[in-house]
Design a protein around this ligand. Structure first.
Ligand code: NAD
Length: 274
């Protein structure tokens, strides 16, 4: 498994991990167990997914040494001024004594508390409770404000990113500032994107599936990806993307699929509290 270096003291993140949004707690335990058995070592959950306990049970039962796993969870929007307690609750549900990566899930600019939340994350990082800290759904504007007011540059920004929504400007901003790009909904949530005839052609060319072609595109761009599936065959299929290479023409063909349309909400205005 490829790993990428985060901007924090030599910490590395596996480039491909497993996401569990919209997976109920008991199903999350099964899916994460299948994923770990298939070779995934990185798991992405969040307080808002209500499955940290299921993820934790799968981790405990896996028999994989803790230091071989990379576990991410996220601070929810209504806890920006209560980040330490939220962190402790998540850690308890996961059954862990440290976290690899903790993210602010959304900036919620209208609430204007993300800098405060970040300062708590910085302290938890310095205290050794979290190996790396980062953000999710931050824009250039909210990242700039954070970097102006905080001491630690986020290690990663987890954002909506797939062939239909390629986020070129934000990716360039990340690269210029030593921030890794992590793609959420890397498969565009499956429907629509994976039926694109252009992807079917590339899949045929490489004897891979459209999902594998899309994941390979992300890997070659340097993105961290966290595809989700609860189907064992697909879970295994999605990690089997390290034995082929897209050439420049293939990359350009996918590059031309950008529609600029999001699936998810606009982070500049999203203020849902759950
Ligand atoms: P995704 O792009 O990973 O797509 C998942 C869907 O694609 C599956 O439900 C299934 O329908 C289909 N699929 C998966 N593998 C397939 C395959 N091999 N062949 C055909 N179809 C396949 O969507 P996602 O779950 O939205 O995103 C992945 C992860 O990103 C989430 O689970 C979560 O961890 C994270 N996420 C984060 C945020 C955020 O705000 N930070 C938002 C959304 C998702």
């Amino acid at each position: 498994m490829n790993s990428l270096l985060l901007n924090t003291d030599g910490v590395q993140i596996p480039q491909l991990g497993f996401g569990v949004w919209q997976v109920p707690d008991d199903e999350a335990e099964r899916a994460v167990s299948t994923a770990i058995a298939a070779g995934y070592t990185s798991i992405d959950t969040a307080k808002l997914y209500f499955n940290e306990e299921g993820v934790g049970r799968a981790i405990a039962k896996s028999g994989v040494p803790r230091e071989k796993l990379f576990i991410t969870t996220k601070l929810w929007n209504d806890e920006h001024d209560n980040a330490e307690a939220a962190f402790e609750t998540s850690l308890g549900k996961l059954g862990l004594d440290y976290l690899d990566l903790y993210l602010i899930h959304w900036p919620v600019p209208s609430q204007d508390k993300y800098v405060q939340a970040w300062k708590t994350l910085e302290r938890l990082y310095r205290d050794g409770r979290i190996r790396a800290i980062g953000v999710s759904n931050f824009t250039v504007e909210t990242l700039e404000r954070l970097m102006n007011e905080a001491e630690i540059v986020p290690s990663i920004n987890q954002i909506e990113l797939h062939p239909h929504f390629q986020q070129k400007e934000l990716r360039a901003f990340h690269e210029a500032n030593g921030i890794l790009t992590e793609a959420w909904s890397p498969l565009g949530q499956g429907k629509g994107l994976l039926d694109d005839p252009g992807l079917a052609k590339l899949a045929m060319k490489h004897a891979k599936s459209p999902a594998q072609v899309v994941l390979r595109w992300h890997i070659q761009l340097g993105n961290v990806v966290i595809p989700k599936s609860v189907t064992p065959e697909r879970i295994r299929e999605n990690i089997d993307v390290f034995d082929f290479t897209l050439d420049a023409e293939d990359m350009a063909a996918i590059g031309a699929m950008n529609t600029g349309r999001r699936i998810g909400p606009d982070p500049a205005t999203f203020d849902w509290m759950g």
